[in-house]
Design a protein around this ligand. Structure first.
Ligand SMILES: *[C@@H]1O[C@H](CO)[C@@H](O)[C@H](O)[C@H]1NC(C)=O
Ligand SMILES: *[C@@H]1O[C@H](CO)[C@@H](O)[C@H](O)[C@H]1NC(C)=O
Ligand SMILES: *[C@@H]1O[C@H](CO)[C@@H](O)[C@H](O)[C@H]1NC(C)=O
Ligand SMILES: *[C@@H]1O[C@H](CO)[C@@H](O)[C@H](O)[C@H]1NC(C)=O
Length: 382
């Protein structure tokens, strides 16, 4: 009997079967100018609920973006999506105050204590605020939104991050810290096949924003991007691909969001504008592959728009208590959606049941102003 089990266990491993990780964690960045941290929380395997927030130093520090009057902004201090990214056992985070990037290794049985790999490395520009990882190419790329606004890529090695190529310039005339939200970088990510690196950039408020698309091949990002400026998009914010390389959803705080198509030349065009009723500042996006649905999150409303990715129609809303006040960065894991709220809390939703299952209060833990980014580890997205 023991032999049979061993053989079965060996077979499952050899076939690379998706064995669910025993432990699940949720992470966000504490963008603290006097020392930045990853905050990790335990995630219940029963109902996805959260507990036990813990700080782990990133080895760098934070920096707060300013508004158009020059005053430090009170939320979304990086004007970005994807400040923290998890892929396999890697966790990446930005340190905008020290212009560095941190790589962590996530212990499978204790994901609440990710371990720094080497020291944080220079970000190749000022004010890093979003990061992307391609497991296929073992390549990470960071976007910088300050005076020196650039994209820098790295080979991800067992010893840490090694620069791959030179910093690639972005088009903004900015300061450090940047003044936004207009004219700041929003998001950096790879497409599903990891053949393209995409960067979204907000326009000035009077003209269109930008979508940069860099070809990736033989493990390198080519430094000549395809630049698209669809007229329908002004403040190009968070972007999520919808299961294929050809279609994505993008948030625009001016009206809601839009479905964006990429052609084989990497030109981006708007296939459908989504005007959201009651839109105030829709900035973040998520995609559930299980349900083929997309989510648009608004900094000033508690209702999350749920879109059918096939029909491109708004099909429902996810509601949470009014006290949560608005929705920022988010992550999906194990059938649950986690949102950083405008109040000092994280909301947890069951996507299958379209219900809010928990509001995890962080007021006793730390200052909402510093919280940014969100990423999930474990369970079925292993
Ligand atoms: C960049 O911004 C500064 C300060 O707002 C301004 O003086 C300068 O003319 C701008 N440069 C360009 C190229 O737009
Ligand atoms: C969205 O709203 C804009 C401005 O009101 C309008 O011009 C446009 O036709 C609307 N688009 C859709 C798809 O409803
Ligand atoms: C969190 O707790 C504080 C203090 O009890 C309370 O004022 C606040 O409304 C709570 N936030 C949420 C989102 O429930
Ligand atoms: C959600 O529903 C889908 C479709 O019914 C099902 O395949 C999936 O396993 C469910 N997920 C969870 C986490 O219950």
């Amino acid at each position: 009997m023991k032999n049979v089990l061993q053989i079965l266990g060996f077979t499952a491993l050899a076939a690379g079967a998706a064995v669910p990780a025993a432990a699940r964690a949720l992470y966000f960045l504490e963008n603290n100018p006097s020392g930045a941290n990853i905050v990790s929380l335990k995630v219940s395997s029963q109902d996805g609920s959260l507990s036990d927030p813990t700080r782990i130093s990133t080895g760098g520090s934070g920096l707060i973006g300013v508004g158009n009057t020059g005053a430090a902004v009170m939320m979304d201090t990086l004007f970005s999506q994807d400040a923290v990214v998890v892929s396999g056992s890697h966790l990446f985070a930005v340190n905008p105050g020290t212009n560095t990037v941190s790589l962590f290794s996530i212990p499978k049985h204790d994901p609440w204590h990710p371990q720094l790999v080497g020291s944080p490395v220079p970000s190749g520009g000022d004010f890093p605020m979003s990061i992307a990882y391609s497991p296929r190419h073992r390549l990470a790329c960071v976007a910088n939104s300050g005076a020196m606004n650039t994209v820098q890529c790295y080979d991800v090695t067992v010893a840490g991050l090694r620069p791959s190529g030179e910093p690639m310039p972005l088009p903004l005339n900015q300061t450090t810290p940047p003044a936004g939200p207009p004219s700041t970088v929003s998001d950096i990510l790879f497409n599903p096949s990891q053949s393209t690196l995409v960067v979204t950039i907000k326009g000035s408020g009077t003209g269109p924003g930008y979508i940069y698309a860099y070809p990736v091949s033989y493990g390198k990002v080519h430094p000549s991007p395809r630049v698209s400026r669809p007229a329908a998009l002004g403040l190009n914010f968070g972007l999520s691909f919808l299961g294929s390389d050809s279609r994505a959803i993008i948030a625009d705080p001016g009206f809601g969001g839009a479905f964006v198509d990429f052609d084989c030349n990497l030109d981006a065009s708007v296939s459908k504008v989504i005007n959201i009723t009651g839109n105030a500042a829709t900035c973040w996006t998520q995609y559930s592959a299980d349900l083929h649905t997309a989510y648009l999150l608004d900094a000033a409303t508690t209702n999350i728009a749920v879109l059918d990715a096939a029909s491109m129609e708004v099909k429902s809303t996810l509601a949470s208590p009014a006290v949560t006040a608005g929705k920022f960065d988010a992550a999906i894991g194990d059938g649950h959606l986690y949102t950083l709220d405008a109040s000092d809390s994280i909301s947890v939703y069951s996507l299958n049941e379209s219900t809010a299952v928990q509001t995890f209060n962080l007021t006793g833990f730390g200052s909402r102003q510093l919280f940014q980014g969100m990423a999930f580890y474990g369970g079925s997205v292993y």
